[in-house]
Design a protein around this ligand. Structure first.
Ligand code: HEC
Length: 98
């Protein structure tokens, strides 16, 4: 019985890690298509927009809100183009710091 918990944890961990890597990879592709023009390839900011490598990693709510509704003059609202899954994938990518 005492063995069951760590074993279960191990199995879940083994499932979760590749899934997370996949999500970030998906986000990377989306980023290239939709965000890179302004935010730069591989998040290397060309100086036009917010440097996403510096975005606070502990604030997914701000990320979601800024992407969905836009920010300031330059950041367009993306609500109509992106699904909730897209946003999750993009967040995973941004958090990975490329
Ligand atoms: C047309 C150019 C453009 C595109 C395309 C664009 N952004 Fe932005 N983004 C900006 C600019 C400019 C800012 C700075 C806005 C400000 O603070 O006034 C910004 C800011 C941000 C911020 C920071 C907002 C905050 O809370 O301070 C995030 C996060 C962000 N963009 C994510 C994305 C993501 C993800 C995509 C792709 C889905 C994307 N952007 C596409 C121009 C763009």
């Amino acid at each position: 019985m005492t063995l069951l918990k760590p074993l279960l944890g191990l199995v879940l961990f083994g499932l979760a890690v590749p899934a997370m890597a996949d999500e970030a990879e998906q986000g990377r592709e989306l980023y290239r298509e939709v965000c890179a023009t302004c935010h730069g390839n591989e998040m290397m900011n060309p100086g036009l927009a917010f440097d996403l490598r510096k975005f606070p990693r502990d604030d997914p709510e701000r990320f979601r809100n800024s992407v969905l509704n836009g920010k300031g003059k330059g950041m367009p609202a993306m609500q109509s183009q992106l699904s909730p899954e897209d946003i999750k994938a993009l967040w995973a990518y941004v958090k990975s710091g490329d």
